[in-house]
Design a protein around this ligand. Structure first.
Ligand code: AKB
Length: 314
């Protein structure tokens, strides 16, 4: 029987592209997109779509039973910058949704889960260069705390209840189809939009703030790969480090300038600077490369070309 997939948070930046890709692979009828509202009409109109409240167990269960779902990708979350504005809302959304999905698997309604973690699990006391898989983790954002605690619960449900949950610590994700919302790494998407529209960008991070980043195609590829891997090959049941490239606002601006000569950038750091300063500069993802053959394709130069080409067609 074909796998039946539910994506919760399908209207968001990663959820939307995951929906398109999984439909390509598994067929439109086998991939159900869902979100709390109809806030991305491209996704809503692209196939079967349900309103599901990630914070409501019954709402998810009704959809799971209706469509005989066996796999859930839980992409709904409040990200780092918005989370600092609404700490309790971030805690409630990020934790309740995860528990609901883990408990659905524990009760055998579903058999497999993908849940994204983030580089936000790391904090100011973590080694910043080539951050190891296993290291000090003292996150200083609410978002990072939810992701770190979430990782512990994923491993716990795997060990105690045999729940097949798989996870990746995403770096900042850059894409052109759907805008991100409420993250600290969002500047690296906004900059391309502004470069084409206004020829200039005011960065909310300072010029030498280096962060781990990845192009969307690579992030989707990694997500598909970890979910397709044999269960025995998944040696980490908390969440895998994942990396592709690292750059600063100054470096991304230079790469845009090599395509658009007149582009200019200014810097006006805001509260997100402190969040960025607490995160790693680069990530050691050797476990992902060894366990499920992860490999990235996009570097900064290639990504800049692709972003500018695709956005100019929009
Ligand atoms: C954010 O900036 O909050 C996210 C993330 C790194 O998880 N993009």
């Amino acid at each position: 029987m074909a796998s039946k997939i539910l994506i919760i948070g399908a209207c968001g930046q990663i959820g939307s592209e995951l929906t398109y890709k999984l439909r390509e692979i598994h067929g439109d009828d086998n991939v159900i997109a869902s979100d709390i509202s109809y806030n991305n009409l491209d996704v809503v109109n692209s196939g079967i779509f349900e309103i599901v409240d990630a914070q409501d167990y019954a709402s998810i269960l009704i959809c799971v039973e209706k469509h005989k779902i066996d796999t859930i990708y839980l992409m709904a979350a409040m990200l780092s910058a918005t989370g600092e504005k609404y700490p309790m809302k971030a805690w409630d959304l990020n934790m309740n949704s995860l528990f609901h999905v883990l408990n659905l698997a524990k009760a055998k309604y579903i058999s497999k889960i993908f849940w994204p973690s983030s580089i936000a699990v790391f904090g100011p006391t973590t080694p910043k260069e080539n951050t190891p898989q296993h290291t000090v983790m003292e996150p200083s954002t609410v978002y990072g705390i939810t992701k770190q605690v979430g990782e512990r619960w994923c491993e716990y449900y795997f060990e105690k209840y045999d729940v097949d949950v798989r996870s990746i610590r995403y770096p900042g994700i850059i894409s052109w189809k759907t805008l991100p919302g409420g993250g600290t790494t969002d500047y690296a998407v906004e900059i391309y939009h502004k470069a084409l529209k206004d020829g200039t960008y005011e960065s909310f991070l300072s010029e030498n703030t280096e962060l781990p980043m990845m192009f969307m195609d690579d992030a989707i590829d990694a997500t598909i790969k970890i979910m397709d891997a044999q269960a025995d090959n998944i040696s980490i049941r908390s969440s895998y480090n994942l990396a592709a490239m690292s750059f600063t606002p100054k470096e991304i601006a230079e790469s845009i300038k090599s395509e658009l000569k007149d582009f200019t950038i200014t810097y006006k750091p805001d509260f997100r600077q402190q969040i960025a300063d607490s995160w790693p500069k680069s990530i050691d993802d050797s476990y992902a490369r060894k366990d499920w053959n992860w490999n990235h394709n996009f570097d900064l130069k290639l990504m800049t070309k692709e972003m500018l080409t695709q956005l100019s067609k929009k």
